[in-house]
Design a protein around this ligand. Structure first.
Ligand SMILES: [Cu+2]
Length: 271
């Protein structure tokens, strides 16, 4: 009886595909630690929806196909199909358990945000040492990127420049740090050249690879060198702007998906 095989099996696959997609949850680059618990909880709950309420009942109501089986001989496909359902169900239950455990383990605790950021000692675009003590007592934004970036970095730096413009004289009381994840190419003078296209208050920071990597780690920033054809390379990196308060503690990702005016008003609250 080929009907169960032909009609039924693609349905499991559809269900299975939908389930895994939901489990993966929304992707936000670099968010593996930043509020990951929240997103995992979201991933699990959306995955459970199709599992518990929608797909299974819909599948069950499709069982009249089983009636066809009853009228004929036993299909050799039926036990196999059942085993497949059980296997998928067990697999989904396993995934849900794993994500549930991860959620408990990574659930943000009160004060856990302090784990983002910390002391650093880098060099600015003028070749002068620049450390966390230089931003002490004032809120600051931190963004990691690199000067050869084709899109995310220039866009973000333009938006941050607009925010600084909108801050007016208050721009003196905040710092916007652009920390390179490509210190191999981004020495102070490369940073200086690059930043000349943006608001002059932007502070470009670099250091040796080890130092930069340690700062990136402290901010839970992902970056990775990617080789291109012809010996060139580019950098993969997370593109979150971190809002840090005047105590140097992480507040939240700073959204640029709003007008520069609104973003500036938001930033003013932390002065
Ligand atoms: Cu970039």
């Amino acid at each position: 009886m080929g009907l169960v095989n032909v009609v039924g099996l693609p349905r499991y696959f559809r269900f299975f595909a939908a389930g895994t997609r939901s489990l993966a949850g929304p992707t936000w680059p670099g968010l593996n630690s930043l509020g990951a618990g929240k997103f995992m909880a979201y991933g699990v709950s959306t995955a459970m929806d199709p599992l518990c309420r929608r797909d299974i009942p819909r599948y069950a109501s499709g069982w009249p196909q089983g009636a066809l089986l009853k009228s004929g001989e036993m299909s050799p496909m039926a036990p196999k199909t059942t085993r497949f359902v059980l296997f998928v169900a067990a697999f989904m239950a396993g995934l849900a358990t794993v994500f549930g455990v991860l959620f408990v383990v990574t659930k943000p605790q009160a004060g856990a945000t302090a784990a983002i950021g910390g002391p650093f000692q880098l060099v600015d675009q003028n070749g002068r040492p620049f450390s966390d003590t230089d931003v002490k007592g004032e809120p600051f934004l931190v963004f990691f990127g690199f000067t050869h970036c084709p899109d995310a970095c220039p866009t973000t730096l333009l938006e941050l420049s607009d925010v600084l413009d909108k801050l007016g004289s208050d721009a003196d009381k905040v710092h916007v740090l652009f920390i390179t994840v490509d210190p191999e190419r981004d020495n102070p003078s490369a940073l200086k050249d690059y930043l000349s296209a943006f608001n002059s208050r932007l502070i470009g920071l670099t250091g040796d690879l080890q130092t930069v990597a340690a700062v990136a780690r402290a901010y839970h920033v992902y970056f990775q060198k990617v080789q291109l054809d012809g010996g060139e390379y580019t950098m993969d990196h997370s593109a979150i702007v971190y809002l840090m308060n005047k105590d140097g503690r992480f507040v939240a990702p700073f959204s640029l998906k709003r007008s520069a005016q609104d973003a500036a008003a938001d930033l003013r609250q932390f002065l």
